[in-house]
Design a protein around this ligand. Structure first.
Ligand code: FPP
Length: 224
């Protein structure tokens, strides 16, 4: 969800104004998923690198996440949205962690769109944390190192219950992946679009999904 800062700066407003505008888009995009056939949506809200921002912006974002959870919980459940969070939770403050746990529990029975929110998330950090857990299982004799293969590590990732992404959309004209779902995106299709996140309408979302549907995915094989 890139481009909130520039969107605000272009309007002569503080960066947090852009993040608030971005948060409004989240609701619209989530509600568009069923019609577009999107069962799983993962949004990158705060990376392990975003702590480098000013204290004011970081505190504003954390407060926005707390108020988003409080304000949106009911609507999410009414829309049958199951919410999960990925990222390094111990690095977040207790109040936010509790709200995250509560929202996961509150929507656990929902069977519609699966919304995953990445907060304090970094792909490398996730792989490192997963490797630590895997190594503990080896040390405790629960896992035979000879049996480790491509299917093993994903079971230790934050995304262990989620499918790999088919499509990764990055807004705001930046053509890089910035530590997002590194392992899981091995065969994802990418769309880098110029639109800043607060201008990302459902029309644009539908266009990007349509364009994805026309792509041929070969997973290293050849066209049949
Ligand atoms: C990147 O744009 C965006 C963020 C670091 C924050 C994203 C957060 C939201 C959209 C808030 C809503 C999220 C939830 C879960 C309610 P940027 O600040 O890097 O923009 P820039 O590249 O133009 O500076």
């Amino acid at each position: 969800m890139d481009g909130n800062g520039r969107w605000a700066e272009r309007r002569g407003q503080p960066r947090l104004f852009g993040h608030h505008a971005g948060a409004k888009r989240v609701r619209e995009v989530v509600e568009a998923c069923p019609d577009l056939g999107v069962d799983y949506l993962t949004i990158f809200a705060f990376s392990t690198e975003n702590w480098k921002r000013t204290q004011r912006e970081v505190a504003g974002l954390m407060s926005l996440f707390r108020s988003y959870i409080k304000k949106e919980a009911r609507a999410l459940r009414e829309h049958n949205v199951r919410v999960r969070f990925i990222g390094d939770r111990p690095g977040l403050d207790e109040k936010l962690r509790n709200l995250m746990d509560e929202l996961e529990e509150y929507t656990a029975h929902c069977t519609g769109t699966n919304l995953t929110i990445a907060i304090n998330y970094g792909g490398r950090d996730e792989v490192a944390r997963a490797t630590k857990r895997l190594a503990c299982d080896v040390a405790q004799g629960k896992l035979d190192p000879q049996k480790i293969d491509e299917e093993t590590l994903p079971r230790y990732l934050d995304t262990c219950v989620l499918p790999d992404p088919d499509l990764v959309i990055r807004t705001s004209g930046e053509a890089r992946i910035s530590n997002f779902l590194l392992w899981q995106s091995a065969y994802a299709e990418y769309e880098f679009i110029e639109t800043l996140w607060p201008d990302f309408t459902n029309e644009i979302f539908a266009q990007v999904v349509r364009s994805y549907a026309g792509r041929e995915r070969r997973y290293g094989g050849i066209a049949v």
